[in-house]
Write a new protein. Structure first.
Ligand SMILES: Cc1cc2nc3c(=O)[nH]c(=O)nc-3n(C[C@H](O)[C@H](O)[C@H](O)COP(=O)(O)OP(=O)(O)OC[C@H]3O[C@@H](n4cnc5c(N)ncnc54)[C@H](O)[C@@H]3O)c2cc1C
Length: 605
């Protein structure tokens, strides 16, 4: 059971963790392994344990309409986009790991090594694998499942020891193999070791899935429930952190002494003896810093918060992954159960029943992936690269501190060093503008742009903690992003002409026959794309002079004992779904905080 207010208000704890999400619960479990240390987690949302809408798989996106499950952020500038309201993060224990799409992927090793290259000793692939192995609990599927799905794990380096269950969903349709074969026929190859350093190619990715109960495995089941009995771990839900309380040390550095939090409409205080750890996610961690007087002085002056540390990088360098769905209507004779069925209330009820017995749509997952460099998809890749390079060189003097170093790496990736183009097979309709036809089933290929050059900002617009920060993502501001994306969509549409997919589909629903030439394609993308909810960078781990907010020990510059430990610290977003990386960051952070971190050398050592 979570704690009562009385156990928290005005009490003292060694560590106060602000946000009980993916990283927060991981960190809490690791720090409280030492019974001599007291740990408090404050989570703004509810406990949400045993909630079937969280536990039952294949409910992708359904949480967005439920305020108990997700935060909804309106973005500031969205250009022509029609889905600005589609901006969500997880709320309640488990955070985004409780509402995410459960896909388990990892970046190319060189992209993690890039963190070290950007000035962060110890943040490299070797340490990444070491720390992620503490979370990851891979369950190898049966020999029968492997044979049926052409799976081979000999070259995959996966840990079986962690508490987070990672495996394949109970139902894998034969259609997934056909989609995979189509991609191979289109020129891609099987990725030899996609979850151990090089995801280039096609593969079936596991999910965060418990194969016994056919339910979601997430930060709550892996790190909170098994440890909630610990006497030194206190978790208070419905407690929203307003700001960090600080004092100034004689040397001009500020030190955290606790936090102020909102509970049931009133403000309370919890005191920290050692550290305050911000794990509120990329939209909210910079918000808490700014409300605490740590941030860009112009922003703090504007919202009337006294400046304690002038730290211009807070809320800057925000990066996103974005996707757009190309949907194909399936032929009626194709055997492929898709989530389209769930639009019929009677079928939806039937599949809830089926789930209880370990079958039906709710035992499916999103598993079909390919990651490639642009050169594998388009003959225009060199032209696009040269044009992006010219632009970066021309504007070199105009970029904010640190961005040029990031762009140099991004150009290298664009030329093929790491795969930024992703295609995901989604069993159902997920696209616009043409709506699904009742009774029809769809396959959508989600075309995801993972190495966006555009950068956004997330800043407080008021000193009122209950007012959400303003998120200005500046999507597609850098034209290379759209150039790359157009080529990816062209490649994807052409899959309809390649067997065996050709034989499965009746027609292309979106973008549809109205979208023919390149100008129309560009307009369609600008209108109907959507975030992939992987926001990073808003509290970047970089040297301070490069726009950094935290140092390589994740400590906020100018403070003695405030750290940020969540996806916001990643200064340059990689080409993978980020939950695995968030767990790895939290695991490494726990060792750093405990004083146990012995870095394994990486490329820069
Ligand atoms: C819809 C969706 C689908 C996704 N799909 C995938 C996927 O399939 N695979 C994948 O790898 N990744 C996926 N992701 C991304 C991944 O889940 C997240 O990047 C990751 O979980 C973020 O972890 P975090 O610890 O940074 O933040 P979160 O897990 O979001 O945790 C932040 C926590 O802080 C709490 N909080 C916020 N403000 C306050 C405050 N002021 N006081 C107290 N608590 C506060 C929040 O309620 C939340 O619980 C998805 C994300 C979303 C939203």
């Amino acid at each position: 059971m979570t704690a009562s207010l009385d156990a928290v208000a005005n009490k003292f704890f060694d560590y106060i963790i602000c946000g009980g999400g993916t990283s927060g619960l991981t960190l809490a479990a690791r720090l409280s392994e030492d019974p001599a240390v007291s740990v408090l987690v404050l989570e703004a949302g509810g406990e949400n344990t045993d909630d079937p809408d969280i536990l039952r798989p294949a409910l992708w996106g359904s949480h967005f309409t439920n305020q108990a499950h997700s935060w909804t952020y309106q973005t500031v500038s969205v250009g022509d986009a029609v889905y600005p309201w589609f901006r969500h993060e997880g709320k309640g224990l488990g955070g985004s790991s409780g509402i995410n799409f459960m896909c388990w992927t990892k970046p190319h090793a060189s992209e993690i090594d890039d963190l070290e290259k950007l000035g962060n000793p110890g943040w490299n692939w070797n340490n990444y694998e070491k720390y992620l192995s503490r979370t990851e609990g891979f369950i190898v599927p049966s020999a029968d499942v492997q044979k049926r799905n052409n799976m081979c794990f000999e070259t995959w380096k996966m840990s079986k020891d962690g508490p987070l269950k990672v495996t394949y969903p109970g139902t894998i349709d034969e259609a997934e193999l056909k989609i995979q074969q189509t991609l191979i026929n289109a020129g891609l190859s099987i990725a030899p070791h996609p979850l151990s350093g090089d995801p280039t190619g096609v593969f079936f990715a596991p999910n965060t899935y418990d194969p016994i109960t056919h339910t979601r495995s997430y930060a709550t089941t892996a790190f909170y429930l098994p440890n909630r009995h610990r006497e030194n771990l206190t978790v208070l839900v419905s407690a929203s952190v307003n700001r960090v309380r600080t004092e100034m040390l004689p040397n001009g550095v500020i030190t955290a002494v606790g936090v102020e939090f909102e509970y049931d409409g009133k403000e309370y205080v919890a005191n920290s003896k050692k550290e305050v750890l911000l794990t509120a996610g990329a939209p909210k961690s910079p918000h808490i810093l700014e409300l605490s007087g740590i941030g860009r002085k112009e922003i703090l002056n504007k919202i009337g918060v006294p400046v304690k540390v002038d730290l211009p990088g807070v809320g800057e360098n925000a990066q996103e992954h974005v996707f757009i769905g190309v949907s194909f209507e399936l032929r009626d004779d194709v055997e492929f159960d898709t989530v389209d069925l769930l639009r019929d209330p009677a079928a939806a009820a039937e599949h809830i029943e089926l789930h209880a017995s370990g079958s039906g749509i709710h035992t499916k997952g999103i598993i079909g992936f390919s990651f490639t460099p642009l050169s594998m998809l388009s003959e225009k890749s060199e032209e696009i690269y040269q044009s992006a390079k010219r632009k970066v060189e021309q504007n070199a003097g105009k970029y904010p501190p640190g961005l040029m170093e990031q762009y140099e790496i991004q150009l290298d990736r664009l030329r093929g060093r790491a795969p930024g183009c992703e295609l995901i097979s989604f069993p159902g309709y997920l696209s616009g503008p043409n709506p699904p036809v009742p009774g029809k089933r769809y396959l959508s290929v989600l075309v995801a742009m993972n190495h966006c050059f555009s950068r956004g900002t997330i800043h407080s617009s008021s000193s009122d903690p209950l007012k959400d920060p303003e998120f200005d993502p500046r999507y597609l501001e850098e034209e290379v992003d759209l150039d790359v994306w157009v080529e990816m969509v062209k490649f994807t549409r052409n899959l309809a002409n390649i067997e065996p997919l050709k034989n499965m589909i009746a027609l292309e629903s979106n973008p549809g026959p109205e979208v023919q030439d390149e100008a129309q394609l560009r307009d369609w993308i600008k209108k109907y794309f959507c975030t992939t909810w992987h926001t990073a960078g808003s509290c970047s781990m970089l040297p301070k002079a490069s726009g950094g907010v935290v140092d390589p020990e994740l400590k906020v510059y100018g403070t003695n004992n405030i750290r940020v430990v969540d996806l916001s610290v990643v200064p340059l977003l990689f080409g993978a779904h980020p939950q695995a990386t968030v767990y790895a960051i939290a695991e490494q952070a726990a060792d750093i905080i405990k004083g146990n971190f012995v870095p394994m050398s990486g490329v820069v050592a």
